[in-house]
Design a protein around this ligand. Structure first.
Ligand SMILES: Cc1ncc(COP(=O)(O)O)c(C=O)c1O
Length: 458
């Protein structure tokens, strides 16, 4: 590498929490440089890889993303719930730098290293329950879910996997089968893995007041017993708050009842905390809210401040069911990703990001509830901690309005606020700010959203 390239790199190392925490638009969004790069992307990158907002990133940190045109955008997506500690967080950068200079890869299955063990120890300590636990590390959320199923099948000697309506578990073959929504995740990609059974979720907005958590759990359990057979169930796998499916928060009592039934019939109860974990909902894990202790927990996203890392953590006797050599992969628990995870976890602890999530959540819920009074298109405001959403419907009905949702998101993007959509019907706007987001910046982002709702969806 020439000296000038090194110098260029040094001056461009200016992301992270020191970036001015402001919304600043100096061009249209996307600006000319982003537009040029987006055209190049079209000739180089496969079309199947979609884009929410066609701005190219130069740097990011705290609650902002700075694009190549110099616009500073408010980040209410956190890279889909990943950079909870903020982009390029100090402790993540320091530990990654140090690790990358020592060694980048040996493969933990060939010659192990301490960082992997430390991350497993942290996961065993932080996940719900104080029983004896073990962890195994992987690269992506989908890979963690696949491995949770492998472990549950090895432990029980059974095959059936029970999942829920609106579930999202990934894009590999097995996890596509487990994911509910056809477009864009599954369409034309079958056949899918067998022995996956779907039952109704508790969805208070659409179930109505007559279906409380216990009733919704009974509805699901009766279907499992009748159509799958309790004795065939290897695992029941559920997101404690559904992510891509629409930030669906089950009614109180639903998760504890499903977990208790699973245990009674000898099935492994798996909480997919890939989107909800690591302080996002105001607790370390969303299961903590109702004191649910899963047998296995899958984690990814927020675990490592933006580096690819995922895990399965759970009861030692279940985790140790697979034979030696049955779990792993070349890159799983890469040393640099493990260093990043240790930096991210340290940041969550030292900055008490669960409390920060609750504070940001209170701001978002209050503002969105107020907007719901003024914008008839908002059918429901829901979420927990810094994982909050609005479901948009045609006024006076519960009919999903995906077009209005897309229009509101687009209007926010044009004003320099990154928001994401989700939901089986494409009609949910979700807010997932980095947990280090300054409150005035969050307030400004919400004001932009309020205006976008007034202009496009009322
Ligand atoms: C709950 C849940 N499970 C699994 C996944 C898949 O994770 P990944 O995209 O890292 O494979 C996601 C991703 O959005 C998720 O939200």
């Amino acid at each position: 590498m020439s000296d000038s390239t090194v110098a260029d790199l040094q001056t461009s190392l200016a992301g992270g929490p020191e970036l001015p925490q402001e919304r600043r638009l100096v061009t249209a969004v996307p600006g000319p440089r982003s537009t040029e790069l987006f055209a190049r992307r079209g000739t180089a990158v496969a079309r199947g890889v979609g884009t929410t907002l066609p701005v190219f990133v130069d740097r990011a940190g705290g609650g902002v993303i700075v694009d190549v045109d110099g616009n500073s955008l408010i980040d209410l997506g956190a890279g889909i719930a990943v950079v909870s500690v903020g982009n390029a967080a100090d402790a993540v950068v320091a530990r990654v730098r140090e690790q990358v200079a020592r060694f980048t890869h040996t493969c933990f299955m060939v010659t192990p290293y301490d960082g992997y063990v430390q991350v497993c120890e942290a996961l065993n300590r932080l996940t719900p329950g104080d029983h004896d636990k073990r962890s195994a590390l992987f690269n992506s959320g989908a890979e963690a879910v696949e491995n949770a199923v492998k472990i549950a099948r090895a432990h029980t000697g059974r095959q059936a996997v029970v999942v829920f309506d609106h579930a999202y578990h990934g894009r590999t073959n097995l996890t596509m089968a487990m994911t509910a929504k056809n477009m864009p995740y599954k369409h034309s990609f079958g056949p899918f893995a067998p022995e996956v059974y779907r039952v109704p979720m508790s969805y208070p907005f659409r179930d109505g007041p007559g279906v409380d958590g216990a009733t919704a759990a009974r509805r699901a359990i009766e279907l499992i017993e009748a159509q799958v057979g309790a004795a065939n169930v290897a695992c029941v796998l559920v997101e404690p708050i559904q992510g891509e499916g629409g930030f669906v928060v089950p009614a109180p009592g639903f998760l504890p009842a499903v977990a208790a039934w699973s245990r009674d019939v000898g099935a492994v109860f798996v909480a997919d905390e890939i989107q909800t974990g690591f302080c996002r909902t105001g607790d370390w894990f969303a299961c903590d809210h109702e004191g649910v202790v899963p047998d296995l927990v899958t984690t990814a996203k927020g675990i490592a401040g933006g580096l690819p890392l995922a895990a399965v953590t759970g009861r030692a006797e279940i985790m140790d069911a697979p034979h030696v050599g049955g779990l792993g992969g070349t890159y799983g628990g890469n040393p640099v990703a493990c260093a990043a995870a240790l930096g991210a976890i340290e940041t969550m602890q030292s900055q008490d990001l669960s409390a920060a999530a609750r504070r940001l959540g209170a701001v978002m819920s209050a503002r969105l509830t107020d907007m719901a009074r003024r914008h008839e298109a908002i059918g429901d405001v829901r979420g927990r901690g810094a994982m909050v959403a609005v479901e948009l419907v045609r006024p006076g009905t519960k009919e999903p309005d995906a077009a209005a949702t897309a229009a509101v998101a687009k209007a926010c993007h044009a004003e320099g606020v990154v928001v994401l959509t989700c939901g089986t019907y494409g009609n949910v706007l979700r807010l997932l700010p980095p947990l280090v987001m300054p409150e005035p910046l969050l307030e400004e982002g919400l004001t932009v959203l309020d205006t976008a709702l007034a202009v496009t969806a009322s």
